[in-house]
Design a protein around this ligand. Structure first.
Ligand code: PLP
Length: 406
């Protein structure tokens, strides 16, 4: 998503030019230089404040630069930065204990890594290792990352097309359709991988009956059920993990994004009953490093101390009620859970995102037509109302321009 450069200062222009000259080109960037964050606010290099409804794509659940997180990371920076899993570490042990106390049922075995995609890569390996089978069934509109294994499970043909051949035996079926899933399973199926709310795909919620049937089917076929909670995890949907809304026990769970509050971390967690991996079967130099573990521990403490999942549930209800009360024909549907919200529109969402940016509100897209809103869970209630007012104004203006009755 790239907007025309507005009225940036020469300093911003210079910095933008440097990045444009040297960065990969893999990202379409917005022409603004962010330099500071606090809570649900970001500031650019000219001191303009933005209300953040992106959270770095679901990372800043506890808010930008939460003082407890900053203190925990700073303290750890001074004590020990480098310590891989060849050794034990105090922060890692404490973090693993707290994390597994929160995961449902016997999800107690954790491989720590550095991102959501790496968690998915690891889950593919764990599933193959535990079952001795190779195929995985994933879902249309699903998103699991961009590395080669994760990309093989990501559905969007636009992301996949230039990179074939991808992993063999990765099959996509329609979401919330148990018959199609059953048809796609074979004697070689190791796992079914799904998001409980498809985020990138446009905020599509898993149907509770479908999920129960998936669990039954997996049990019958001895196939592992993998939930990708990289985006839904850590309080976002109104519970620590979205799977808690469904009352279904997954075999493997993938985490990333908000788990480190901004420090890169990923985790794949599986059930005790499957036992540990064997030494040497997997590895990652930075996995389980003490900085990320200290950050993860602090994030879990903040989520509990500030009751952020409960806050997300309460604010999410208010936010979605307000959004649903906006009666404009270009709004197809408002859907979501907690503070993971999508406004599905009858037009491409790009121009809405640009117009909101001009109002200093940061939002992103989910699919082509969905405005995806992922504010930090600490966002003040009044700011959510400001966001609704701005969305209403922007959509009203666009409706007028395109001649849609309002
Ligand atoms: C559901 C889901 N899984 C996996 C990923 C990949 O995470 P990362 O970009 O940290 O590798 C994402 C990223 O958006 C995601 O939303």
């Amino acid at each position: 998503m790239s907007e025309p450069a507005g009225n940036q200062s020469p300093v911003q222009m210079d910095l933008i030019a440097i990045e444009n000259r040297h960065s990969s080109g893999a990202y379409a960037k917005r022409p603004v230089v962010m330099v500071k964050g606090q809570g649900a606010s970001l500031w650019d290099a000219e001191g303009h404040r933005y209300i953040d409804c992106m959270s770095g794509l679901g990372v800043a659940n506890v808010g930008h630069n939460h003082p407890h997180l900053v203190a925990a990371v700073s303290t750890q920076l001074e004590r020990l930065m480098v310590c891989g899993e060849a050794f034990y570490n105090d922060q890692r042990a404490l973090f693993l204990k707290e994390l597994t106390a929160l995961t449902p049922g016997d999800l107690n075995r954790v491989f720590l890594c550095n991102s959501g995609a790496e968690a998915i890569e690891s889950a593919i390996k764990v599933a193959r290792f535990l079952t001795g089978r190779s195929e995985i069934v994933a879902f249309k509109r699903g998103y699991h990352g961009r590395t080669m294994g994760a990309l093989s499970l990501t559905w969007n043909p636009r992301y996949r097309a230039p990179f074939h051949p991808l992993l063999p035996g990765m099959i996509h079926v329609p979401f919330n359709n148990i018959e199609e899933l059953e048809r796609a399973m074979t004697g070689r199926t190791a796992a079914v991988v799904l998001e409980l709310i498809q985020g990138e795909g446009g905020i599509w919620l898993a149907d509770p009956d479908f999920l129960r049937q998936v669990r039954q089917l997996c049990d019958q076929r001895q196939v592992l059920l993998v939930v990708d909670e990289v985006q839904t995890g850590l309080g976002r949907t109104g519970k620590i993990f979205a799977i808690e809304h469904y009352g279904v026990q997954p075999d493997i769970m993938c985490l990333g994004k908000a788990l480190g509050g901004g420090i890169p971390i990923g985790a794949v967690i599986w059930r005790d009953k499957f036992g540990p991996l064997s030494p040497g079967s997997h590895g990652s130099t930075f996995g389980g490093n003490p900085i990320a573990c200290a950050a993860g521990l602090a994030v879990l403490q903040i989520l509990a101390a500030e009751r952020l999942p409960e806050r997300a549930a309460r604010l999410g209800r208010i936010f979605m009620d307000q959004l649903r009360s906006v009666k404009l024909p270009i709004i197809r549907e408002v859907r979501g859970m907690g503070l993971m919200v999508g406004v599905d529109l009858r037009l491409p969402v790009d121009r809405v995102i640009k117009a909101l940016m001009n109002e200093r509100i940061l939002a992103t897209y989910g699919g082509k037509t969905v405005l995806r809103l992922l504010p930090p869970l600490v966002i003040p209630e009044v700011e959510l109302s400001q966001v609704v007012a701005a969305i209403t104004q922007v959509l009203t203006d666009i409706s007028r321009e395109i001649g849609h009755a309002t």
